[in-house]
Design a protein around this ligand. Structure first.
Ligand SMILES: [Zn+2]
Length: 601
């Protein structure tokens, strides 16, 4: 048993980052590094680097980077301590725990343990229940799928699970926190949450049971229920069957999102392994952030009924804001992915994925449905609805494409395509002009821009070179921070990193990049650190240090001159007056910069 701080070092010593990453990414050697396609963003050419010497990784496409711990954290959506625990188990390191972090940890462990016991119980009950098995046979779920998805059955009784847990010495109060049993209101004791239901265990990235979904096999009006949220289960972050789909999503660079457990199982079993299901909730930003680690292409395959379509449309902006390319599958009436695939029609589903419409086209199609397009009145009403959709489209090219498509629904289409298009175009433009005017009225006058003839990017670049020189061990940190105090670095990330380097130097008398990377994981300073450790050219590191320092001082002086001039102008214009804070700043700058010229400004 080792203490946590030692465990971090021990795990780092035992696990090789190349082995770890190779599980998810095909790596090829490229100079001192290995390169592959980033698992966290979608790309065609590799910008994901792994450096075996430093044991770090960095993607120059999306900017993510770090060490083995942050890699597992990001990949499996874990906290640092969960990633440490996962890696420790892999490396055969046992961690000694204590204090409050320890008890929070064990609460999670307890819930996982209870869920595991319940999961096995439900599985056993399924093998004994003819009714539940008959239902699965009817739905076309194979024996191997039953085992793979650990499907189960909660018996038609008030306390079957509660009694079983009792026999296993599980505290029912803890089982209640796991959401499996509910305390009785009128008397002592607990009753089962899931009764007479088919059970779908929900597994996390490490295949641990975080929660259960249950479909009634009786007459309960609540067709589906889920475990409540717990310390291991957050509904708005969880996607069903993602643990099985992860690899396929990366390989195919696409995810299919469906609505139900059965849809996800049917799709995966039919070979569409890149399918996940929402948990009966709307798509949230958290869901999308989880998926964004694997791909930026999504196909929403929701039910054809109006609530399914509405859900797809509500979900699409969340994806679009995250930079996803989203398409919506047009499902035949009354069908869902499960019913489509149950017939074994793989080909039809493949075609439907290919033909899934971009959100905009889907909206236009939706605007047209519900109108009788055989009559002129119907066509006019349908066009009006479609024009409203088009007016919101920012891209002129897209608008033009859809105007051409809509022309055939124009009542005058037969007398001339051009005239029909012109008419639709002018309707769209009218709506757009109206929207722009409404927008302008609401906007306030913007502040005049200041003209600063200096280059803050250059200054930050120079600061990065200084920090890179320290990290490469070419100059001692103490010497650098004597000349340029850490807190005077001007960039957000450069200052944070300088301060971290400085405090580590004070503590250890040297710089230890590996442990800094762990400490700064997921901060701008951490990103910069991995970037500088892998990314700086030798040529940049070989700048004479004094020269870089002089260049920094020159740039800073330029910035201060520019600031002084801007403040002077504000004073002349009467925007600030004596006694104001900015006037005081101006006066300070005048005194400081007296006698120094802003040479070359
Ligand atoms: Zn990336």
């Amino acid at each position: 048993m080792v203490q946590i701080t030692d465990a971090v070092e021990e795990v780092r010593r035992r696990i090789d980052i190349v082995d770890l990453v190779s599980q998810d990414v095909a790596l090829r050697r490229s100079g001192r590094n290995l390169k592959g396609l980033c698992p966290f963003h979608s790309e065609k050419t590799p910008s994901f680097h792994v450096n075996p010497e430093r044991q770090i990784w960095k993607c120059f496409g999306c900017g993510a980077g770090g060490d083995i711990f942050s890699y597992v954290q990001k990949r499996d959506n874990m906290t640092f301590s969960e990633a440490l625990e996962w890696l420790a188990r892999r490396a055969g390191v046992t961690i000694e725990r204590g204090g409050r972090a320890g008890s929070a940890q064990s609460e999670k462990q307890k819930i996982f343990k209870i869920n595991e016991i319940a999961c096995e119980f439900f599985q056993e009950m399924l093998s004994n229940s003819e009714k539940a098995r008959a239902y699965l046979v009817e739905r076309g779920v194979s024996e191997s799928a039953i085992r793979k998805y650990k499907l189960g059955y909660a018996p038609d009784a008030w306390d079957a699970l509660a009694q079983h847990l009792g026999r296993k010495q599980v505290s029912l109060a803890e089982a209640a926190r796991a959401g499996l049993v509910i305390a009785r209101e009128s008397s002592e004791g607990y009753y089962d949450r899931f009764r007479d239901r088919l059970i779908f265990p929900i597994l996390d990235a490490s295949d641990r049971v975080v929660a259960f979904g249950g479909r009634t096999l009786g007459s309960d009006p609540a067709k589906y229920i889920n475990s409540p949220e717990s310390t291991v289960f957050a509904k708005n972050k969880t996607l069903y069957a993602l643990n099985f789909a992860r690899r396929a999503i990366v390989d195919q660079d696409q995810v299919i999102v469906v609505e139900g457990y059965m849809d996800a199982i049917a799709a995966q079993e039919a070979g569409f392994e890149n399918t996940v299901a929402t948990m009966g909730t709307a798509l949230t930003e958290e869901h999308v952030n989880v998926l964004a680690r694997f791909t930026k292409n999504a196909v929403l395959a929701f039910d054809a009924d109006s609530s399914g379509m509405a859900a797809a449309l509500r979900g699409s902006p969340v994806f679009e804001r995250a930079g996803f390319n989203v398409r919506i599958m047009v499902m035949p009436k009354g069908e869902d992915p499960d019913s489509l695939l149950r017939g074994g029609d793989r080909h039809r589903f493949t075609v439907m994925i290919e033909k899934a419409l971009p959100v905009l086209d889907y909206k236009v199609k939706l605007a047209l449905t519900g109108h009788d397009l055989r009559t002129d009145e119907g066509k006019t009403a349908a066009l009006k609805a479609a024009v409203a959709v088009l007016a919101e489209v920012e891209s002129a090219v897209e608008r033009e494409r859809l105007i051409k498509y809509l022309a055939k629904y124009h009542p005058n289409f037969s007398t001339g395509t051009i005239r029909a298009e012109d008419h639709i175009r002018s309707e769209v433009e009218t709506l757009r002009r109206r929207a722009v005017r409404a927008g302008e009225a609401g906007r306030s006058r913007e502040e005049p821009t200041q003209h600063i003839r200096t280059n803050p990017n250059l200054l930050e670049r120079l600061e990065k070179i200084v920090l890179g020189t320290i990290i490469a061990g070419k100059v001692e940190a103490g010497k650098v921070f004597e000349v340029i105090p850490a807190k005077e670095f001007t960039g957000e990330s450069t200052r944070q990193l300088a301060e971290a380097l400085y405090s580590q130097f004070l503590e250890l008398g040297k710089i230890k990049v590996e442990s800094l990377i762990t400490m700064l994981a997921d901060t701008p300073a951490g990103d910069l650190l991995t970037e500088l450790t892998l990314g700086l050219d030798e040529s940049e590191l070989n700048h004479p240090f004094d020269e870089v320092v002089r260049a920094i001082e020159r740039e800073k002086k330029k910035l201060r001159h520019a600031r002084m001039r801007a403040l002077a102008q504000k004073f002349q214009e009467g925007v600030i007056k004596k006694g104001d804070e900015e006037f005081e700043e101006y006066w300070r700058l005048v005194k400081e910069l007296k006698g120094t010229s802003s040479n070359a400004v």
